[in-house]
Design a binder for this molecule. Structure first.
Ligand code: HEC
Length: 167
């Protein structure tokens, strides 16, 4: 029988650790894991905030896109995930009046699961900051900040975004 060599095991773990760290940033303080593959989701709408000079794009997973395209978003169905990616406003080097994405600010998510997130309108909230995807919030209480600010649109299932018209 081959015996496991502890030195070799340690070496293998040391080699694997950085790869694992790259693959999965830590979960948000409320236990939500970063949704996989969101960079490849499709567009629901872009938006721009004048007050803090940021460009945003709101994306949906397959369930959310199907609901958006069918106009069935009140309420959004369970399994929908909305992602919002935010960049600081930049100016195009060859055309100054064209606003283009500069530094990446954060990616944030609303995950619809009416049973798991019944205390926050059926939505689980989470945010990861910067290109290195650091979870936002020192404890699970950060969700009050998100849910609180989404109250003006509670009659629209707590979602600000209206799917943009497209042919
Ligand atoms: C200061 C108010 C405010 C706070 C705090 C806030 N949001 Fe929002 N959120 C908005 C507004 C306004 C929009 C729509 C405009 C836009 O695109 O930014 C929005 C949009 C979103 C969207 C796209 C879906 C939608 O509702 O349009 C997601 C996802 C989202 N927020 C997640 C979060 C998460 C997660 C948190 C907490 C970490 C959070 N928000 C905190 C104001 C807020």
């Amino acid at each position: 029988m081959t015996r496991l060599n502890p030195i070799r095991l340690l070496a293998a773990a040391a080699l694997a650790a950085p790869a694992l760290a790259l693959a999965a940033p830590p979960a948000a303080p409320n236990g939500i894991a970063l949704p996989e593959g969101y960079q490849d989701w499709r567009v629901i709408a872009p938006s721009h905030r004048e007050d803090n000079k940021t460009l945003r794009v709101i994306l949906g997973n397959d369930v959310a896109i199907a609901a958006a395209r069918a106009g069935k978003t009140r309420p959004w169905p369970d399994g929908s995930i909305l992602a919002k990616l935010v960049w600081k406003d930049g100016s195009h080097a060859a055309w100054a009046s064209a606003t283009v994405p500069a530094d990446f600010v954060h990616a944030e998510f609303m995950i619809k699961d009416s049973a798991r997130f019944k205390d926050t309108g059926g939505w689980g909230f989470a945010r990861w900051k910067g290109l290195d995807q650091v979870p936002h919030g020192s404890d699970a209480g950060f969700v009050a900040e998100c849910f609180g600010c989404h109250q003006p649109v509670r009659d629209n299932d707590y979602v600000f975004t209206h799917p943009a018209a497209m042919p």
